[in-house]
Write a protein that binds this ligand. Structure first.
Ligand code: TRP
Length: 391
């Protein structure tokens, strides 16, 4: 039986290529991928080992279920409804980090139950790594109301580094009170965290923020061990052109937005308009600037603009190479995820992102789908041409 489609962004379901994994349960599958990915990136300190140990308990009721039984509930973390996503983040001149994103409340029942499961998982992470989760309590009424709505309640992520304690992140749903109240919820949350002036400054730039073509996807909080914790706002842009994405990138003061445009062109394979899966911008706010973003990230959903993962890999390798990052780590990371041939499916690489900030060098991140339940077959070959010009 197929679960209902989630109301997030995913490639439309297709019959799997059958290349899905042979291991028995979700927790085994993901723990294996995470262990291999950490080894590939040489992230082997004890907090990273803690993450491998903690992971099964963060996956909720789906953890011990056989993969052959299919997803317990239609998580939209990953396209095949795996309630997890892994990613590798590359700095031009620094060490990589390995990140894990999970939906602990997947399959928990109501949205409110799911929110409670998310908070319990967050507690476990917070006590393991000595993180203060208090900022979440400040906005519980906004994002975790008793009658919460929407496709998810709370996701947690951990950013694992070669040395030192990990950073923890929490993702909240701006549509918890309904899509029509998302802007109000985000404005109130920004205000509570000290960024009252940010929202009017953002919405005044109509070319960057088009309410009829944008959706407020997540409000995310950095918790614990960060040099400069951020409050992040994710916006999905329906049918944006490269130039429109560049205009959003221009909200970051003092940095050249063309970099984001060039990145978007390369990863999108020359697409001029992204009218399949949307581009996603993330604007981050820190105490360094209370009104304007201190960071901007552009996520390109490469899986909808490339025929297969070989093409997606080559584009990711091109942008990594151009930034002086370690391309061999990309190949090791892909091999850590799956033994399948890259050209046999699409969606292993879900997004490639470029993060720029006023406080440091750029970072590139490659997002990896666990492909626990399905491998999406390659697209029709015409996908390799600019999707904006597709029939
Ligand atoms: N799968 C969802 C989507 O593609 C949510 C998501 C997972 C996402 N990882 C992401 C969104 C990274 C933006 C960036 O929308």
């Amino acid at each position: 039986m197929n679960p209902p489609a989630p109301s997030g962004y995913a490639l439309p379901p297709q019959r799997s290529t059958g290349a899905a994994p042979a291991t028995s349960t979700l927790r085994e599958h993901l723990a294996g991928q995470l262990r291999r990915l950490l080894d590939a990136a040489d992230v082997t300190c004890s907090p990273a080992r803690d993450a491998v140990r903690l992971l099964p308990g963060l996956l909720g009721p789906a953890a011990g279920r056989p993969l052959s039984a299919g997803p317990l509930s239609p998580s939209f973390v990953s396209d095949d409804h795996s309630p997890a996503e892994l990613s590798v983040s590359f700095a031009a001149d620094g060490a990589p980090t390995v990140r894990v994103l999970v939906e602990p409340g997947c399959g928990a029942g109501t949205a409110a139950d799911s929110g409670r499961a998310g908070l319990r998982a967050l507690d476990r992470m917070a006590s393991c790594w000595d993180v203060d989760a208090e900022p979440v309590a400040r906005v519980t009424d906004l994002f975790l109301p008793a009658a919460a709505r929407g496709p998810f309640s709370l996701w947690c992520a951990v950013d694992l580094r070669r040395t030192g304690p990990p950073g923890v992140k929490v993702y909240l749903n701006p549509e918890a009170h309904g899509a029509d109240r998302a802007a109000e919820v985000v404005e109130e949350a920004l205000t509570r965290f000290g960024f009252r002036a940010a929202w009017p400054a953002l919405t005044a730039r109509a070319e960057s923020w088009c309410p009829d073509r944008g959706r407020l996807l997540f409000l995310a909080l950095d918790l614990g061990h960060w040099q400069e914790p951020r409050v992040k706002l994710y916006i999905a842009h329906q049918g944006f052109s490269v130039e429109e994405a560049e205009a959003v990138a221009g909200l970051l003061p003092g940095r050249n937005p063309r970099r984001a445009g060039d990145f978007c062109r390369t990863v999108g394979g020359g697409a001029r308009r992204f009218d399949g899966l949307p581009l996603v911008s993330c604007l981050s706010f820190t105490r360094r600037d209370r009104e304007r973003p201190s960071g901007h990230t552009l996520h390109v959903p490469v899986r909808d603009y490339a025929r297969d993962d070989r093409v997606a890999r080559d584009r990711a390798a091109a942008v990594l190479g151009a930034h002086g990052a370690d391309v061999t780590l990309l190949d090791k990371a892909l091999a850590a995820m799956t033994p399948r041939r890259l050209s046999d499916g699409v969606g292993l690489i879900s997004y490639v992102s470029l993060a720029r900030s006023t406080g440091g060098p750029p970072r590139l991140t490659v997002y990896l789908s666990p492909e626990a339940y399905a491998v999406h077959p390659p697209h029709d070959p015409s996908r390799d041409t600019a999707p904006g010009e597709r029939g």
